[in-house]
Design a protein around this ligand. Sequence first.
Ligand SMILES: *Cc1c(COP(=O)(O)O)cnc(C)c1O
Length: 408
Amino acid sequence: MADDLLNSFTSGPDDQGRFGIYGGRFVSETLMPLILDLEAEYERAKTDPSFWAQMDDLWTHYVGRPSPLYFAERMTQHLGGAKIYMKRDELNHTGAHKINNVLGQILLAIRMGKTRIIAETGAGQHGVATATVCARFGLKCIVYMGAHDVERQSPNVFRMRLLGAEVIPVTSGRGTLKDAMNDALRDWVTNVRDTFYCIGTVAGPHPYPAMVRDFQSIIGKEVREQIMPREGRFPDTIIAAIGGGSNAMGLFYPFLNDKDVRIIGVEAGGKGVDDRMEHCASLSGGRAGVLHGNRTYLLQDDDGQILEGHSISAGLDYPGIGPEHAWLKDIGRAEYVSITDDEALAAFQLCCALEGIIPALEPSHALAHVIKIAPDLPADHLIVMNMCGRGDKDIFTVAKHLGQDLKT
Ligand SMILES: *Cc1c(COP(=O)(O)O)cnc(C)c1O
């Protein structure tokens, strides 16, 4: 590690993939060669201008980057305090930030000569992004999805199948995201030669957390460039919602060394962060443990059994959190708070009414925290929140909570 980076918040992970005591590579020996191959190829790609030129081209012409940095004027007036900007990543192709990362991993897979892409998905958003990019490059795509989620998320299952992906329902465990990720890891070990595992958030064994963060960092890099001509300085506070933590790391990472920038991650508080465990706030309400190849904060019971948690937002109910967030929490560089289902729902409605933007329920959590803090901040305080997904996918959930039944 270069000396000048030693006191830097952006110097992690170390060569074992650790962020402090978090992260690492807790995998079977059979998986190790695959992971080392991937790490070597990523290291080569990272400094290869042709790799980034290809990324830039696809980001511009396929995804639609840069996404706008939008001044939310009416929201700002309504709250009567800090000046609120929204980073509009919901305008990306496929409607969220996930494609930023998937493109990077698929280009890497192509460089490695892999022809079969596997992915896990919970709500289906990462599965749809992966199926999309696989279609674009003519690659075989297999998506593992908990059987329970297959039932709950049928529109996304249909989308993936339209895009040519094979969706495999996973019946082990509780049939949700954790189990889908286990099965994807098993598939990877058994299909070593031609298969690439595309992970959807800043989790998994090293190098995934750092690699996914690097691909998502386009979000924060654009914010740095876009805020300058508007305000002539960096934001005072940046805020993002956290499931596994990839859109948040993407916004936060380029600002970690700007110590005047306050960084807030918003977890899903579900029905409240208490011992009923009906929430998905791994940092606020979980404990350290090992899952999916890395050590991090997890929702677990006294025996270390992983708990499912609950959130109104399907995209936030991962029982863990990226290891870099665990480290940023412990060293105090970022703050982590939680927002309940009801607060997120109220923020969702306010955003529709005031800004003409139907947000996904995930960023509605970030917005709900903005709504809490903005009124008490001065008018020259700049907040940037990440609008990481659009809400079309959530209208049925919202309708149900508002007591309306949409016929499909
Ligand atoms: C998947 C998803 C999330 C949660 O994932 P992170 O890795 O925490 O970003 C948040 N918002 C949207 C719109 C998503 O699709």
